[in-house]
Design a protein around this ligand. Structure first.
Ligand code: ADP
Ligand code: MG
Length: 447
């Protein structure tokens, strides 16, 4: 039998079990998928599972079902063994297995292998974030950095850094349990567990981890009523010594309706990532060139870096466009051609920035009142509504933070939040407001 045959058998068995749903969803998703096949010798198929709990669960609940599925795939299998320790005598072809394991570990952890510290370009914008990430990867669970909370605008490398932590933890010890999940998925797993009365399985799955990476936690704002329960889950995991890493596109203070205790939990170790400066943007492009093995003339690299300055993802997209052009066109690239190819990307980048001042001016004009009225203290309805509409539109159309909007409106940021919420509500019931927002947005965006 070829060296790798036992892995093929296991893959087929897994899909068979999955298709037939023969052992139940929860057991499958939480335990069976984590099984690592290690050998098939003398008609005995042996697998490894990293927790004693997992081993006991399989033996108690589905050992025979798995054996039956294995036998459907490979009739010569007579026995199915589960081990909880990596005993060399069990291992089929040792050297190769060790390298495969890290791959399965990465797959189980839901991590991408291109997101590593090695591929991450450092600059002033992310130096602190990079160093904290390295420290977390080296010593997950250290109370100083547990939990850690990374925040910054879109496309600035939060997911990349977070997954680098996971990948590095596995590089150091592939038997560590790491799991990357978006907040939305994490939350729906939780609600599914509640409705199928399998909260214990959910808890067990997460408490057995060493490192839990929760991406885009800002969406917690939409789960206002569940925040207390979420807080308790995080507390529980922290007490179980699980290192938790969060990312968010904004500071906890700017996550609408966040409860105080979640906010103070998140504040344990707050790390921001900002936009890369020109020098870092150049380094990022050079790094991408060497990774993709392309040779870009310096003037093109400089042009790209100087003109695409919104975020790294945008820079990457523009870079990919150039690489595509070089690959598929017979014409040799030069700066003029590059400018032509990059035109749509640069235009997107240079779109006029919408300012708070411009929005307030348009709203004042629309309602035939003065800018000073909006910024002043009068509370009459003819002024209050345009003021709230201005707050709503500035929040929607600019990237200003709530505290900064508060300052610009001469108010506390909680007043801005309630103004925004008021309009949110009116949009559902008041067609006049709906029309006003529609018209104003068009004017402001210059459509
Ligand atoms: P975010 O999660 O903050 O929205 P991502 O982590 O998805 O951003 O980053 C967007 C893209 O930019 C990814 O392909 C990522 O690899 C790349 N990227 C971001 N920052 C860097 C960096 N400092 N060095 C190299 N690549 C980066
Ligand atoms: Mg992200």
């Amino acid at each position: 039998m070829p060296n790798n045959e036992y892995k093929r058998i296991w893959d087929k068995t897994l899909s068979l079990i999955n298709d037939n749903n023969s052992i139940g969803r929860i057991l499958y998703d939480t335990i069976v998928v984590n099984i690592i096949p290690i050998s098939y010798k003398d008609n005995i198929f042996t697998v490894y599972i990293d927790t004693l709990y997992g081993k006991n669960m399989i033996e108690a609940r589905c050992q025979n079902d798995i054996l039956a599925a294995l036998q459907q795939v490979e009739p010569s299998i007579a026995e199915f063994h589960i081990t909880n320790s990596f005993d060399d005598t069990n291992v089929n072809d040792s050297n190769e297995d060790l390298s495969i394991d890290i791959e399965s570990a990465r797959k189980n952890a839901n991590l991408k292998d291109q997101y590593t510290f090695y591929n991450f370009v450092k600059g002033d914008c992310n130096d602190f974030a990079f160093n904290v990430s390295k420290a977390v990867a080296k010593e997950p669970g250290n109370i100083e950095t547990n939990p850690v909370f990374f925040y910054g605008g879109v496309g600035l490398g939060k997911t990349h850094l977070m997954q680098s932590i996971g990948n590095e933890v596995l590089e150091r010890d592939k038997n560590k349990k790491v799991h990357y999940v978006s907040f939305d998925t994490f939350f729906s797993e939780y609600t599914d567990a509640l409705s199928s009365k399998s909260k214990a399985d959910f808890n067990q799955k997460y408490r057995s981890l060493n490192v839990l990476l929760i991406d885009d936690i800002q969406f917690i704002a939409k789960k206002e009523r569940a925040q207390d329960e979420i807080f308790h889950i995080f507390e529980f995991l922290k007490n179980e010594n699980v290192q938790i890493v969060f990312t968010s596109d904004r500071h906890p203070r700017e996550i609408e309706n966040l409860t105080d205790r979640l906010e103070s939990r998140f504040a344990n170790c707050l790390v921001d990532i900002t936009k890369p400066d020109l020098e870092t943007r150049i380094a990022i492009i050079k790094n991408k060139c060497s990774m993709r093995d392309v040779n870009l003339p310096d003037d093109i690299i400089y042009y790209l870096a100087e003109n695409v300055d919104t975020n790294v993802r945008a820079l990457e997209n523009a870079f990919n466009k150039i690489v595509q052009f070089i690959k598929f066109s017979k014409v040799k690239i030069n700066l003029d051609l590059a400018k032509e190819v990059l035109k749509p990307y640069i235009e997107e980048n240079n779109k006029k920035e919408i300012t708070v001042q411009a929005i307030i001016e348009e709203v004042a004009k629309y309602y035939n009142i003065k800018v000073e009225d909006i910024l002043g203290s009068k509370r009459t309805a003819t002024i209050a509504k345009p003021r709230q509409i201005s707050m709503y539109l500035t929040r929607k159309l600019t990237s200003e933070s709530l505290p900064s909007l508060g300052k610009k409106f001469n108010r506390d940021h909680s007043t801005v939040i309630s103004g925004i919420n008021k309009i949110d509500k009116l949009l559902k019931e008041d067609t006049e407001v709906l029309q006003a927002i529609y018209d104003l947005e068009n004017v402001i965006k210059g459509n």
